[in-house]
Every structure is written in structure tokens, then in C-alpha cells.
Design a protein around this ligand. Structure first.
Ligand code: UDP
Length: 319
């Protein structure tokens, strides 16, 4: 199989690239290197089945040039990270909306299956214990920029769903819940690489808000095979799947666990949300997936624990 991976130089995209090449597939990786980096691809540079294209998903001719011979597309490219969305809101919205529409069009023209990466953020402020794919979106005011990422991804899902329904495009939508692991950078906001970097530098660990908000983190090595299995499974086409772990932690506990795992002398510094993200920021207090659908479809069960994840990120950051 030949795959196009948009965002192929990103955190998840680079792991997926390695996974597919190791199976003997071919990969074209398209990335504008805005948040991705060629450093993520050093392990596959020069591989005969691999081609890197530097360019934007918002440029239809660049996307078109990647498509010949492609059997299936993993559309992972997006403006990501809370800091990115708050700093470059309009650009992020354009990338996350128009880019997806362009990829869906290209997949349709070339009769390629396409997996669209959505996000658990589409559930917004819904704190139910076990979000299923049918759970409601509870989103804040459109005047709060913070929600524009979730808005764009929700529309991407609708686009993908309608391309499947009205044009017969083979689509799969996934909603990852806090995917983490080696190579993820903390530069754009992601909490685990930030805490690990701070701990290794002996700097204060910046816990935003009261630290009682919870998250469930899932190792990228659990997520990547699930992406591949879902796209390969015809009976998954036209559907949406949560992908995540159900092991919960508060962010304060996470900070303590990172300090313990690194043996760091760092202290914990509570930072008010306004200081961290600017005025009027709303955080999700709780976000736990129910992944029964992915389990029933492909037997999805994450096997790495939060301790495994922390230790993998520590090893990665220590270089
Ligand atoms: N967070 C934190 N300190 C940081 C970065 C993030 O306390 O330096 C918090 C953030 O406010 C959120 C949680 O960690 O409650 C997860 O943040 P991340 O941006 O990784 O993911 P998301 O909010 O998209 O789940």
C-alpha cells in the first residue's frame, strides 16, 4: 500500500510513518514544518519507500502532487496545541477547516480511503464519566477563541461524514484523547513533555488552575496501530471512534509523578489560568473516553500505563 500522511513530520505522523514503513508499505509525508520537524524523521530518511514533501495542506496543487498512486490517506496535519490556537487563531482555523476540505476532495478524486484526525476536544465541557461517540458537545461561547479548534474539528467531522454519505468516500474519523509519547514537544502547550522538560531542568512545574482537572493519557504506540487497523477495516468506514486510555490522573498528581520519575528537585508552581492562557480561558475539568466502539471494531485496548508513558518521555527528553 502507498499512504499519504499529512503532518508526517509531526509527533503522531512520524511514529505512523515508521510503523507503516516497517510493515513494507510506502509513505509520502506532507508537512509544512510549522510544528513538525525533520528531526522526527531522521530514522526513516533515505528509506526507499519514503518520500517527504514540504508544503501546506491548504495548497490544493501541493496536495494533488502527492496523490498519484496513493491508496489511502491519514490526514493528521493541523494547527495543534492550545498555545498555537490562542496565538494564531485565524490561521489555525483556516488550516483546520480548509485543509481538511482539500484533502477530502483529493481523496475522492483519487478514490483513496481517508482517516481524518478529529479530537476529544469536540466534547468540550461535557464531563460525563465515559464519553461515547454519541455524547453531546458542550461548547463555550464562540467569542472565546479557545473553542475554535473544537469548532473546526467538529466541522471537519461533518465534512467527512457527508463526503462518505453523499459521495461514497471511504472515511474514518478518530477522536484521540491526549496522545503522548517520545518526540512530542511541550512548546505548544502539551502538558507531559512540558512537565518532564521542567523537571529535568530543575525548574518549577507549572500546574495551571487548581490542578484538580483530570486527563487520561494514551501512549502513541497504542494509538498508531489502531489508526492503521481502523482505516484498513471496511466496516469501520463512515464511522467515528474514540481512541484513548481510561487511566485518569489529576494534573497535580501528574506533576508529582513526573517529579518522582525524574528524581527532580523541582517544586510545583500553581499558575492561574489567566496568566497561562490569557483572560477568559475555559479548561475541561474532566475528559474520560469510553472506547467500547473501537474495542468492538478492532480490539483496541491500550497496553501502556501512565507510568510507562512518563518513563518513555523522560528517556526521550534525556536524549
Ligand atoms: N497544563 C498545565 N501546565 C502546563 C500545560 C498544561 O497544568 O504547563 C494543563 C492544562 O491546563 C490542561 C492539562 O494540563 O488542564 C492538559 O493540557 P494539554 O494542553 O496537554 O491538553 P488538553 O488541555 O488539550 O487536554
Amino acid at each position: 500500500m502507498r499512504y499519504l500522511i499529512t503532518g508526517g513530520a509531526g509527533f503522531i505522523g512520524s511514529h505512523l510513518t515508521e510503523h507503516l514503513l516497517a510493515r513494507g508499505d510506502e509513505v509520502v509525508a506532507l508537512d509544512n514544518l510549522s510544528t513538525g520537524t525533520l528531526d522526527n524523521l531522521t530514522g526513516v530518511a533515505g528509506h526507499p519507500g519514503f518520500r517527504f514533501v514540504r508544503g501546506s495542506i491548504t495548497d490544493p496543487s501541493t496536495v494533488e502532487a502527492c496523490m498519484p498512486g496513493v491508496d489511502a490517506v491519514f490526514h493528521l496535519a493541523a494547527a495543534v496545541g492550545v498555545f498555537t490556537i490562542l496565538d494564531r487563531t485565524l490561521d489555525s482555523l483556516r488550516t483546520n477547516l480548509h485543509g481538511t476540505e482539500i484533502l477530502l476532495d483529493a481523496a475522492l478524486r483519487h478514490d483513496a480511503a481517508i482517516l481524518v484526525a478529529s479530537t476529544s476536544e469536540v466534547y468540550g465541557k461535557n464531563t460525563v464519566d465515559g464519553l461515547t461517540e454519541d455524547s453531546d458537545r458542550i461548547i463555550g461561547s464562540p467569542l472565546k477563541n479557545r473553542w475554535s479548534y473544537a469548532e473546526a474539528k467538529a466541522l471537519d467531522e461533518t465534512f467527512a461524514y457527508l463526503y462518505a454519505k453523499e459521495h461514497g468516500l471511504r472515511t474514518v474519523i478518530v477522536r484521540p484523547f491526549n496522545t503522548v509519547g517520545p518526540r512530542q514537544t511541550g512548546r505548544y502547550g502539551m502538558v507531559i513533555p512540558r512537565f518532564v522538560t521542567q523537571a529535568l531542568a530543575g525548574e518549577p512545574i507549572t500546574v495551571f488552575g487548581d490542578g484538580q482537572q483530570t486527563r487520561c493519557f494514551c501512549h502513541v504506540h497504542d494509538v498508531v496501530p489502531a489508526l492503521v487497523d481502523l482505516l484498513a477495516d471496511e466496516s469501520a468506514h463512515g464511522k467515528v471512534f474514540n481512541l484513548g486510555s481510561t487511566e485518569q490522573t489529576t494534573i497535580s498528581q501528574l506533576a508529582e509523578r513526573v517529579i518522582a520519575a525524574t528524581g527532580s528537585a523541582s517544586t510545583i508552581a500553581k499558575v492561574p489560568y489567566e496568566e497561562a492562557y490569557g483572560e477568559g480561558y475555559e479548561d475541561m475539568q474532566r475528559r474520560i473516553p469510553d472506547c467500547t466502539r473501537a474495542y468492538n471494531q478492532i480490539g483496541f485496548v491500550p497496553t501502556r500505563t501512565l507510568d510507562d508513558i512518563i518513563s518513555a518521555v523522560v528517556t526521550d527528553r534525556r536524549g
